[in-house]
Design a protein around this ligand. Structure first.
Ligand code: NI
Length: 274
């Protein structure tokens, strides 16, 4: 799926985009499915459901196994893959929500930085509506972070790099609906508020090789999406049988509580914020 040049560019810069994953029609259909759920629930998807929604919605369980996605991620991480997590990053029209410059690896507790995020756009992602921005070549080392808990920050702790980023170094990750970017778990990235009159919707899908371990908390879980697990470091998550099925809701609640304990360790915060 990825050309040798694309793989070399990812190793050098820490990212690669755009990748064509869904057609415009498929992306619009995915957005419509999300928005049908939101309409039934009376408002935007709740914070708890934005985390690991593939455990609740069969169409997302299917999406994290999309052959074009797995072919690209396998080119970077090898043949045996878990989906460790998914998160909807939704910014409403005119939303002040932003993401400070950060490195994903900081609080995830995974044993090695062999983690790739595929960020799939279900709407356009542009300069105006707050697309992601990257700084090339920053994926080589972990740097310090400070927690701000800023109310408009979309990250769990409002964490930000303790070093200053020159905004002139930022690469804007502009994507059409159905396109995706790939980024390394140590890459500096962030995003601005949505200054447009429509929502900006993206699904971040985090992939790891089955060899990784959770080293910061209780036993972790993941969804095997390709190849084999010869290690047994993660509990295997089942696919949901039906949308918001009661068994899936109970399992999702238990799993997200355990992940929150890792993500918020050392703070007095209890969980995801709406
Ligand atoms: Ni991030």
């Amino acid at each position: 799926m990825l050309s040798p040049d694309a793989i070399a560019a990812y190793r050098r810069t820490g990212y690669h985009f755009p990748l064509d994953i869904l057609t415009a029609e498929e992306a619009a259909a995915a957005r419509a499915r999300l928005e049908a759920t939101e309409a039934a629930q009376g408002g935007p998807l709740k914070a708890a459901m934005r985390h690991k929604p593939h455990l609740l919605f069969p169409w997302l369980d299917e999406l994290i196994r999309h052959p074009r996605i797995l072919d690209a991620v396998s080119d970077l991480l090898g043949p045996d893959l878990f989906c460790w997590s998914t998160t909807f990053f939704i910014k409403e029209a005119g939303d002040r929500g932003f993401v400070s410059w950060h490195q994903d690896a900081t609080y995830w507790g995974l044993s090695a930085p062999d983690v790739t995020t595929l960020w799939l756009a279900l709407t356009p992602a542009s300069r105006v509506n707050g697309c992601m921005k990257f700084v090339a070549g920053t994926h080589r080392a972990q740097v310090g972070h400070q927690d701000t808990f800023h109310p408009d920050n979309l990250l769990t702790r409002g964490q930000e790099l303790a070093v200053t980023v020159d905004e002139r170094d930022a690469v804007l990750v502009e994507l059409a609906p159905g396109q995706a970017s790939l980024h390394h778990v140590l890459l500096f990235h962030g995003s601005e508020p949505n200054r447009s009159d429509d929502r900006r919707i993206g699904l971040a899908i985090r992939y790891i090789p089955t060899a990784l371990r959770q080293v910061a908390g209780a036993r972790d879980s993941a969804t095997l999406v390709r190849g084999q697990d010869r290690f047994g470091h993660f509990e295997h998550e089942p696919a949901p049988r039906a949308e918001l099925d009661p068994d899936a809701l109970a399992l999702h609640a238990a799993i997200t509580a355990r992940q929150q304990a890792v993500l918020y360790r050392g703070t007095d915060k209890a969980g995801f914020r709406d």
